[in-house]
Write a protein that binds this ligand. Structure first.
Ligand SMILES: Nc1ncnc2c1ncn2[C@@H]1O[C@H](COP(=O)(O)OP(=O)(O)OP(=O)(O)O)[C@@H](O)[C@H]1O
Ligand SMILES: [Mg+2]
Length: 412
């Protein structure tokens, strides 16, 4: 029997990757033999509308980009996971409740070298009825200078639930610390020792069991932060960074997430890894953009065709059961093994080899077409002033074409 599995794209301001994703899936013309059936894939954009909690969901997999801020979609997704067996990237309960703070605590407990981090009560409050008695009875006066000395300078002050570089500041000394705290208002802040100086900064993007390392240049303008450099880490470091990301992603049920790590004295310190709606735009990713689109297709098609069950609870116990006395790299391998089980890495790789062998070539061809360029231009138009649109469309186009030239041999 021929059956169709439906993949829904739950989108906000994304323009470029969905257009490329849809067109490449279309060109793949999938008819996958699976357990006696022939499985086709249909891709559709999810609309926002009222829903009956009992109404069935037409999708098998949803790629979601709204959960972290658009609550109607998030709650529709929760209903569909619980009631209709939907598989979603990412687990909406984990997106909602696991802020940066929880991610630091959990990964410190697993032994990752996260820099020393403190939380401090906020400087200002929303006046609520219980506030005055609570603070009067229990809030202890504290010496910010002493905390600063305990952490050491420079440090970073940043929101415990941060994202998008909001309210992040570098603090060089005690007077700056006091000033920044005065300015922090109602924000609940972390103070985190700077990894200083660092000699390399890497973002590792994880999508299901797939990973991609990018050298990151935080001081460059947005379109140059993801560097085009390659081979910037040793094979051993790459494995460490990949296993770190897969551990975090499996732990939190974030199939799609990115992990930032800084290297100092040969040690990689993860500093920001609660990013469950990573940047997916060609305007930041350029050369790395085709990887993202292909990884998204592989993982979503695998989950849709195999009807991979969504893990509704996170089940952290197996991670904590790994012997904390073992050397760190052995522990990390043990965590990565749990991740490989949860992401079904071996089964996924076999599936891709058997059912998606033409993806690389189809995508390689697509990223050389006018249709791809049109998708790039649409995103550039949304972000850049009118007089820069052509110039930046060309820039991102050229970088993707450079990727095509570099990968031509392996694809053709
Ligand atoms: N401990 C640290 N040591 C060195 N640099 C840091 C540290 N913490 C933050 N930074 C710098 O500040 C930037 C923003 O911090 P962080 O990534 O934690 O915030 P964010 O709001 O999650 O940012 P984004 O969403 O853009 O990644 C980092 O990219 C890095 O350049
Ligand atoms: Mg960051």
């Amino acid at each position: 029997m021929t059956v169709t599995r439906k993949i829904g794209l739950s989108l906000g301001a994304d323009i470029c990757w969905p257009a490329c994703y849809e067109q490449i899936v279309d060109k793949l013309a999938l008819a996958i033999p699976w357990q006696g059936d022939t499985v086709n894939i249909a891709v559709e954009r999810v609309t926002i509308e009222p829903f009956d909690l009992q109404q069935p969901c037409q999708y098998d997999v949803v790629l979601d980009r709204l959960t972290h801020w658009y609550h109607t979609s998030r709650e529709w997704i929760k209903k569909a996971i619980l009631m209709d067996g939907l598989y979603v990237l990412n687990n909406p309960w984990a997106v909602q409740s696991m802020e940066k703070h929880t991610s630091y605590c959990a990964m410190m407990k697993l032994g990752m070298p996260i820099p020393t981090t403190w939380m401090i009560p906020p400087k200002a409050y929303e006046p609520t009825p219980d506030l005055a008695p609570t603070l009067k009875s229990y809030a202890k006066l504290f010496d910010l200078g002493a905390i600063g000395n305990a952490i050491g300078y420079p440090m970073f002050m940043k929101p415990y639930d941060g994202g998008g570089w909001r309210a992040v500041s570098r603090v060089a000394d005690e007077s700056q610390l006091r000033k920044r705290y005065e300015e922090s208002g109602k924000g609940v802040m972390h103070l985190q020792a700077a990894v200083n100086p660092f000699d390399s900064f890497v973002r590792c993007i994880g999508l299901g069991p797939q990973t991609h390392l990018v050298k990151y240049m935080p001081d460059e303008p947005l379109h140059d932060r993801y560097s085009q450099e390659q081979n910037f880490v040793s094979a051993d470091e790459a494995k460490l960074l990949e296993d770190t990301t897969l551990t975090i992603n499996a732990f939190f049920g974030w199939d799609f997430n990115s992990c930032e790590s800084l290297r100092k004295n040969g040690v990689w310190h993860p500093i920001d890894f609660a990013n469950p709606c990573p940047d997916s735009q060609v305007t930041s990713l350029h050369r790395h953009f085709p990887w993202l689109v292909k990884a998204n297709i592989r993982w979503s098609v695998f989950c849709a065709v195999t009807k991979k069950p969504m893990r509704k609870t996170l089940d952290w116990e197996p991670f904590f059961a790994v012997d904390p006395e073992m050397p760190y790299r052995e522990r990390l391998s043990a965590y990565a093994k749990i991740a490989a089980e949860r992401f079904e890495t071996a089964r996924f790789e076999e599936f891709c080899a058997k059912h998606l062998p033409h993806l690389d070539e189809v995508a390689w061809e697509f990223f050389g077409t006018e249709a791809a360029k049109t998708a790039f231009r649409a995103k550039v138009t949304a972000l850049f002033p009118k007089h820069e649109v052509e110039q930046f469309t060309e820039l991102f186009w050229r970088r993707v074409q450079a990727w095509r030239s570099d990968t031509q041999v392996s694809v053709k």
